[in-house]
Design a protein around this ligand. Structure first.
Ligand code: NAD
Length: 311
């Protein structure tokens, strides 16, 4: 069960434990199942687990049960405390996983959490890869995610077939821990871009400009950005604020960036300003809405009817 093929790549007959079947984890695990990997899933939310089982995965009743007999464990959890609890906890992954296995954490966490998890894996003879995920839930559903990978050559060779089954774009960022660091930088840009886009659309709306005109013009100048052209255009501007990536998780990622900056004695003035807006937005109903709904929150505060793209 725990064997590898001689080239170090993972073997399709190995069992993969997938823990965390939320907005991202469920479509990612579903792609593994569809592409023939043997997957055992676990999530605190039984409904999500049942969906994966419907596709052909096995269900586990706990983290310990999920990882027992697995050769590879994938975690896709909300934030650092969840990752520490699930991987390092007394009833967690490392307490139940034999040496020679592989842990791939795909959650967005802080560098210290990744470094601590990597060190604990090494101590137990378990390989570790950090592979946080870029792009949107819709990409994950289509198996078109982007991965930022921190790994040794051996760890990468073993993780690669899974990453190929879940995405189209793999960036090797360096050794263990570099994927997490890259993800924080990436999401700093993405989250600030979402806030900036919300403010620009609010301003244009108040000035009487149709949002489709704003989209067309900014899409053809250096102002073009994926938040307006891809994320906002397919989510909030079509009236869809179901997550996706929640404002709560976007705020978490912004705070990860600001904490990393503080540790490096860097000031990020634009980030600090955006943190005020996201921090207030997550205080109420907007916390669980898609992060493109930063537009609706900005409009709400300003007493402006949120614009929508024509059908
Ligand atoms: P989510 O909140 O939708 O899903 C998290 C899942 O983890 C939930 O189903 C929850 O029940 C489960 N969970 C929590 N604690 C658990 C535990 N102890 N044991 C088992 N399951 C547990 O979050 P998401 O949007 O899928 O994001 C997951 C990670 O990926 C986050 O770190 C996020 O920042 C990152 N991310 C999200 C997106 C996105 O667009 N949603 C994109 C890229 C990266």
């Amino acid at each position: 069960m725990n064997e590898q093929e001689s080239d170090g790549r993972s073997n399709m007959s190995e069992t993969i434990a997938f823990i965390g079947l939320g907005a991202m984890g469920l479509p990612m695990a579903s792609n593994l199942v569809r592409k023939g990997f043997a997957v055992v899933g676990f999530d605190l939310d039984r409904g999500k687990l049942d969906t994966l089982v419907g596709l052909g995965a096995r269900a586990a009743g706990s983290v310990a049960e999920a990882v027992t007999g697995a050769a590879i464990v994938v975690t896709m959890l909300p934030a650092p405390p969840h990752v520490r609890g699930v991987i390092l906890g007394g009833e967690g992954v490392l307490a139940n996983l034999p040496g020679g296995s592989l842990v791939i954490d795909m959650s967005t966490v802080d560098p210290q959490t990744t470094d601590d998890v990597a060190a604990a894996c090494k101590e137990r003879g378990v390989a570790f890869v950090d592979a946080p995920v870029g792009r949107l839930v819709s990409h994950a559903e289509r198996g078109e995610s982007l991965f930022m990978v921190g790994a040794s050559d051996e760890g990468f060779a073993r993780a690669e077939p899974l990453l190929q089954a879940m995405g189209t774009t793999i960036h090797r960022c360096g050794p263990e821990g570099s994927g997490t660091r890259m993800k924080i930088v990436n999401n700093y840009l993405a989250v600030i871009g979402a806030q900036l886009t919300a403010e620009a659309i609010l301003l244009g709306t108040k000035l009487g400009l149709p949002v489709d005109v704003m989209k067309a013009v900014s899409g053809g100048t250096t102002a073009t950005n994926g938040q307006f052209q891809i994320n906002f255009a397919t989510k909030v501007l079509k009236g869809d604020t179901a997550p996706g990536f929640t404002i709560d998780l976007a705020h978490k990622d912004l705070m990860l960036a600001l904490a990393a900056a503080a540790q490096q004695r860097l000031g990020l003035p634009v980030g600090l300003a955006a943190a005020g807006a996201l921090g207030a937005a997550r205080g109420g109903v907007y916390a669980t809405r898609d992060f493109s709904a930063l537009l609706d929150y900005a409009c709400d505060v300003a007493g402006v009817v949120p614009p929508r793209l024509p059908d």
